[in-house]
Write a protein that binds this ligand. Structure first.
Ligand code: FRU
Length: 325
């Protein structure tokens, strides 16, 4: 049911090493398995704006039919994305946004909504009173900007809540030292809210090392399935809650293919969010464990099919060589 056209999609990822980004790529690969006529060129900018600009330029010059991009920071990456779009290459922005409307479609969560839901949950949990340490993602990336803004708007309703915000740059390795620097002034913190689960785990480890666990609660974002993901952390009772922020790899590829095949699409595809806490974590864990094992089966089958194709192709070459003897 698919036109025989072959397509090349370029994907410029701001960073690629963490589990959330790996889940995104895996989702893309699973979706691409249905479209053998589509090739994905993948570039990881490792949180470096300059590198991402160069990689986008290189992709745009290598005859791609569409660009998928998750911009590291919005300001520096916007001009090059606009340039690609104005060259006539459709652009699907995923997860993080740019500052201009010059893109074809956005696929990702609503980060304002994610911050608001986290804020409302935390406000109820603390009954409108207490000291919170917020660990933000990089303040130049749009998810951190939107999550922080919405969170602070909710907190402003409760005069008895105090928020101390620090920058954890999205990664545990940066969040831990930033947290260590301030925790001695705030050993009485009631709750740690991290803009992702990895940084929240970092704060938990610091509190544990300092023997400060007890009343303090932890809330993160992402809610990934699998060992040590947000769902697991809530299930183990380490976190009070995690807000789901879906990586959306499948949806990004679906959107790209829709654009390539039909030339049109709706501009905004917002992925759903929800709070995972003790009230629903067992159900979530059961369901996501099942999905993970099914996905694993699909990947194994896909590999088996690829291997069979390779064997078949080798046999064809062998028969061809034999026939020439
Ligand atoms: C993964 C990540 C997620 C976060 C998202 C925001 O690289 O840090 O943990 O939700 O990026 O862009």
């Amino acid at each position: 049911n698919e036109p025989n056209n072959s397509y090349t999609i370029g994907f410029s990822q701001c960073t690629g090493a963490d589990e959330w980004r790996k889940a995104m790529i895996k989702g893309m690969q699973r979706e691409l398995a249905f479209h053998p006529n589509v090739t994905l060129l993948y570039r990881d900018a490792q949180y470096n704006n300059q590198k991402q600009i160069e990689q986008i330029r290189e992709l745009a010059n290598s005859d791609i039919d569409l660009l998928i991009v998750s911009p590291n920071e919005d300001q520096p990456i916007t001009p090059i994305v606009e340039e690609v779009f104005q060259k006539g290459i459709p652009v699907v922005v995923v997860d993080r946004r740019i500052t201009s409307p010059f893109y074809t479609a956005y696929v990702g969560g609503n980060n304002y909504e994610v911050g608001k839901i986290a804020g409302e949950y935390i406000n109820t949990l603390l009954k409108g009173k207490g000291k919170i340490i917020e660990i933000t993602g990089s303040p130049k990336s749009t998810p951190a900007i939107d999550r922080h803004k919405a969170f602070m708007e909710v907190m402003a309703i409760s005069p008895d809540i105090e928020v101390i915000s620090i920058n954890g740059e999205w990664e545990k390795q940066f969040a831990k030292p930033a947290f260590l620097k301030i925790i001695d002034q705030h050993p009485d913190a009631d709750l740690i809210f991290g803009h992702n689960d990895r940084m929240t785990v970092g704060a938990y480890e610091v509190m544990k090392e300092k023997n400060l666990l007890g009343k303090v609660k932890f809330v993160g974002i992402d809610g990934l399935a699998g060992p040590d993901g947000g769902i697991d952390m809530v299930n183990k009772g380490v976190f009070e809650a995690s807000v789901i922020y879906s990586p959306g790899g499948e949806e990004a590829i679906q959107k790209a293919i829709e654009i390539l095949q039909t030339g049109k699409t709706n501009k905004e595809t917002i992925l759903h969010t929800a709070v995972i806490d003790s009230s629903n974590v067992r159900m979530m864990k059961m369901q996501t464990d099942k999905i993970l094992s099914q996905q694993d089966d699909i990947e194994k089958q896909q590999k088996r099919i690829d291997d069979q194709i390779k064997i078949y192709n080798n046999q064809q070459v062998f028969l061809y060589v034999m026939s020439g003897m």
